[in-house]
Design a binder for this molecule. Structure first.
Ligand SMILES: *Cc1c(COP(=O)(O)O)cnc(C)c1O
Length: 387
C-alpha cells in the first residue's frame, strides 16, 4: 500500500501535540483545542507566475491550501470577491485609502462559502457519509449548498430567531433543518449528538481544521488585490473568528514565502455590545474568553457566546497590535445603511458593525487618516431583511 504524503500537518493551537493530516481530523485529542494547519514549506516563487492562468476563485491559491496535486476541490466558484475602493465613505470619514472587501458576492451570499468549500472538500475525500452543523444562519446555507455539491446529505441546527430568508435558503438546497430555542451553543450540542448517532461529520467552527484554511484566502486575496502590499488596518466582524485567524495565518505565510514584506495589518475584532466575549477578554488582558450570558444581537453571525478559538483570536489581535471593540445594534444598523447608501454595497449587519467600529477608532485617534483600511462586508444584506 502506498502512503499519501501530505504537504501539511496539524499542530495544536494550545499544547505541543502534532498529527499527520491523514483521515479526518477534529480537535487535539490531548487538550481539546483546535488544530492549526502547518505546511512543510511555503509555496515556491513559481506559484506566483502560475496565478495568471488560474480561475478567479479561492482555489487559484491551491499551493496554499490543503489539497494534493491529484485532488479536485468541491467548489461553486467561491472567493475572489471584489475589494472595492470606498471614496465617498472615505471622504465622509476623512480617510484617503478606504476599502470594502465585499464577501456578499460569494456563492450562498456570505464568506462562509470559503470555509465550507475547504472543509467539505477534505471530508468528502475522507469518505464521510454526510454533514451536520450548528449555525447562526449563513454557515447552514453554505454547508447545505456544498453538501449538495458533494452529493451528500446535510442536517442543520439553527436558532428559531435566525432571519427567515436565511432559513428559506437552507431549505432551497434540500437540507434537513431543525430549529431550536436558544443560541448557536445550544445548536452545537444538538449537532454533536446527531453526529454521534448518525455518523454525520460535524463541521462546526474550529471543530475541524480546514474551514480556517478556506478563510485564509481572504488574506491572500487582499494581498494580491493590493499588488502584494498589505493594508495597515483590517476590521473583521468576529463570531467564531475563523476569518480573523485565517488572515493572521495568511499574512504570516505570505511573509515566510517572501511574497510580502513589512508588518502585518493591525487586526481589529468587531462585536456587538449584546454579545462581546472577545472584547471583554481583550479589555481584561485575558488569554481566553469566558461564555457571554444571554447573547442578543441582530447581527446573527456575531451571536457566538463561547468561541472555541477564543485564545487564538486574542493572540492574533495582540500579535498584530490590533484590538477588539463592540458597537451597539443601533450603531451597526445605521452604519449598514450608510455603507449601502454611500457606496452601493448591500451590507449585512455584521458588515455595518465594521464601519461603526472604524468611526470609533478614528474618533479616538487609534486609526490615522493616511492609513489604508479594509472593512469587511461578510454577507448579503438582503438575506437579513424581514419585509
Ligand atoms: C459567520 C459570520 C460572521 C462571523 O464570522 P467568524 O469567522 O465566525 O468570526 C460574520 N458575518 C457574517 C455575515 C457571518 O455569517
Amino acid at each position: 500500500m502506498t502512503r499519501t504524503t501530505y504537504s501539511w500537518s496539524l499542530h495544536c493551537s494550545s499544547c505541543s501535540a502534532t498529527a499527520d493530516a491523514a483521515g479526518l481530523p477534529t480537535v487535539c485529542p490531548d487538550c481539546g483545542a483546535p488544530w492549526l494547519v502547518r505546511y512543510r514549506e511555503p509555496p515556491a516563487p513559481a506559484a506566483k507566475a502560475r496565478l495568471a492562468g488560474r480561475p478567479w476563485s479561492m482555489w487559484r491559491y491551491r499551493e496554499w491550501l490543503p489539497l494534493l496535486e491529484s485532488e479536485e476541490p468541491v467548489t461553486l466558484g467561491e472567493g475572489f470577491t471584489p475589494l472595492l475602493a470606498a471614496p465617498r465613505l472615505g471622504e465622509a470619514l476623512g480617510l484617503s485609502d478606504l476599502w470594502i472587501k465585499d464577501e456578499s458576492k460569494n456563492p450562498t451570499g456570505s464568506f462562509k462559502a470559503r470555509g465550507l468549500s475547504a472543509a467539505v472538500t477534505r471530508a468528502k475525500l475522507a469518505g464521510v457519509p454526510g454533514f451536520t452543523v450548528p449555525t447562526a444562519g449563513n454557515a447552514g446555507v453554505a454547508l447545505s449548498a456544498y453538501g449538495r455539491r458533494a452529493g451528500l446529505p446535510v442536517r442543520v441546527f439553527a436558532p428559531r430567531t435566525t432571519p427567515p430568508r436565511i432559513l428559506d435558503q437552507i431549505r432551497v438546497f434540500g437540507a434537513d433543518l431543525e430549529l431550536l430555542d436558544g443560541h448557536i451553543g445550544d445548536c452545537g450540542r444538538a449537532a454533536r449528538a446527531h453526529a454521534a448517532a448518525a455518523g454525520a461529520f460535524d463541521v462546526s467552527t474550529l471543530r475541524e481544521p480546514y474551514r480556517i484554511e478556506g478563510k485564509k484566502t481572504l488574506g491572500l486575496e487582499i494581498a494580491e488585490q493590493l499588488g502584494w502590499k498589505l493594508p495597515d488596518v483590517i476590521l473583521y466582524p468576529t463570531g467564531g473568528g475563523t476569518g480573523l485567524i485565517g488572515m493572521w495565518l495568511a499574512f504570516d505565510e505570505l511573509r515566510q514565502a517572501g511574497w510580502v514584506t513589512g508588518e502585518p495589518p493591525r487586526l481589529y475584532s468587531v462585536q456587538s455590545t449584546g454579545c462581546a466575549p472577545v472584547v471583554r477578554a481583550f479589555e481584561a488582558g485575558a488569554d481566553r474568553t469566558e461564555p457571554w450570558e444571554d447573547p442578543q444581537t441582530i447581527a446573527s453571525g456575531l451571536r457566538v457566546p463561547a468561541p472555541l478559538g477564543g485564545p487564538v483570536i486574542l493572540r492574533a489581535l495582540k500579535e498584530t497590535g490590533g484590538a477588539a471593540l463592540a458597537v451597539s445594534d443601533d450603531a451597526l444598523a445605521a452604519a449598514e445603511r450608510r455603507m449601502a447608501q454611500l457606496e452601493g454595497v448591500d451590507a449585512c449587519p455584521e458588515g455595518g458593525a465594521t464601519l461603526a467600529a472604524l468611526e470609533t477608532l478614528l474618533a479616538e485617534g487609534r486609526v490615522r487618516p493616511d492609513e489604508s483600511v479594509v472593512l469587511f462586508n461578510t454577507g448579503a444584506g438582503w438575506l437579513y431583511r424581514r419585509n
